[in-house]
Design a protein around this ligand. Structure first.
Ligand code: SF4
Length: 416
């Protein structure tokens, strides 16, 4: 999701409607909830602070109206017939943000139940909500669990106060074990912790300690991202002004390789460049993104993909609200990928997975033989020791992991 959400798209010249899209069965649904109580200094996701409970309540009304535009639940029978070819039956649902757990309990309840009324969620195997460790209570966790949510993801980022301060994260390290404990008491058996490494001032030892503390909490899933300095974020400006110093690249790579070794020994295997899980606890919603599946996003700045049609919702709450109020999809960027562009994008995504690009899966999705269309890349990158190639798979080596973004970029194909 994060990767796709950051791919630039052209501005759309006319309104997108569900009728523009080909027949598809959508199994993954994302909802972007753009409220935070404070803006962290490294963050370039769309979120706003200083919202009122009333605006959050109205936000839920509009998300449900946006869902109506897709489900046809509140529209005329003729319109329902128009887009009957598009079926949304989520296997996975993900509430991200922002800080979804900032929604007041009645608003969260209404949102979950409203989506369950609009879409057939009986086959939903994974419903994740991102939470800030400082914002949840036992009652809140219990409510979410009773409503059918079965996975929570906590943005811990670090267990060290100076590192949280460097990121301008406003929670206390002790909030993390406390909120995990509450989630477990409420019946959650699938919990994720997000951590960030290469924070300014962080040493390899300090990062190793963060990992130990996360493992001590017995989580089933960890996401570990290297800090990125996104343009125009406060942390990027501080770096440019020389107020902070980025961790050296060689140390960042040591942190990455230590993470893989340490977590593997602890029973959490890498399944993607930044994601680690115990057996059977892989995030299925993430897998849908990396497999190039179809998904629909609701909410401002949400990114969607259906059969090579990619679009992004308006990235501003006011603009998104106005579109919903006029009963149009709130889309302002759209692209229909050519078959070769779609194949290139799929290759890039699959190569980030530990299992790599399966030749048979790629052929089934694109109709193309990756061994043929990528013959020169495979030859050069395997000879350089950056990729492993077997009869079934193409996957990065330990050395290749160090330059995975550059490797993936080699697989972009010229558009026809
Ligand atoms: S809580 Fe998450 S979404 Fe909100 S500002 Fe911080 S990093 Fe961004």
């Amino acid at each position: 999701m994060i990767l796709l959400a950051t791919i630039p798209l052209p501005a759309i010249s006319s309104a997108l409607t569900p009728q523009h899209l080909p027949a598809a069965r959508i199994n993954a649904l994302y909802v972007h909830i753009p409220f935070c109580f404070h803006k962290c200094h490294y963050c370039d996701f769309y979120s706003i602070t200083r919202q009122t409970p009333e605006r959050m309540t109205n936000f839920v009304d509009r998300i449900l109206s946006e869902a109506d535009l897709w489900s046809g639940a509140a529209t005329s029978p003729a319109r329902q017939a128009d887009h009957r070819h598009l079926t949304i039956e989520p296997r996975t649902i993900f509430f991200g943000g922002g800080t979804p757990s900032l929604l007041p309990p009645p608003a969260m309840q209404r949102l979950i139940q409203g989506l369950q009324k609009r879409f057939d969620c009986r086959g939903c195997i994974e419903w994740t909500i991102e939470c800030n460790p400082a914002t949840v209570s036992l009652d809140y966790c219990a409510m979410m669990r009773e409503l059918g949510v079965n996975r929570l993801s906590f943005g811990a980022q670090s267990f060290h106060q100076p590192e949280l301060a460097a990121l301008e994260r406003h929670h206390d390290p002790d909030d993390v074990p406390r909120s995990l404990e509450m989630a477990r008491r409420a019946g959650f058996e699938r919990l994720n912790i997000d951590l960030i490494y290469a924070i300014p001032g962080q040493s390899l030892e300090s990062w190793a300690d963060n990992l130990q503390r996360a493992i001590a909490l017995n989580t089933e899933h960890l996401s570990c991202y290297g800090l990125t300095y996104e343009p125009n974020t406060p942390i990027a400006v501080k770096k440019r002004l020389g107020r902070i110093t980025a961790v050296q690249e060689t140390i960042e790579l040591e942190m990455l390789h230590h993470t893989r070794r340490y977590l593997s020994a602890a029973g959490l295997n890498a399944y993607e460049v930044s994601n680690y899980a115990r057996t059977g606890k892989v995030c299925q919603h993430n897998i849908a993104y990396w497999h190039g599946d179809d998904y629909i996003a609701l909410g401002p700045s949400g990114a969607s993909h259906v059969q090579g049609h990619r679009w992004k919702n308006r990235g501003h709450l006011g603009g998104w609200e106005r579109a919903i109020d006029s009963q149009t999809l709130p889309v302002d960027q759209y692209e229909h990928l050519s078959p070769s562009a779609r194949a290139g994008e799929l290759a890039m995504l699959l190569l980030r997975l530990e299992e790599g690009l399966s030749f048979s899966f790629f052929q089934q999705r694109t109709g193309l033989d990756a061994r043929t269309i990528y013959a020169s890349q495979i030859d050069a990158l395997t000879q350089a020791g950056l990729l492993n190639c077997t009869d079934e798979h193409l996957s990065f080596t330990e050395t290749g992991l160090n330059v995975i973004d550059a490797i993936a970029g080699e697989f972009i194909l010229d558009s026809e």
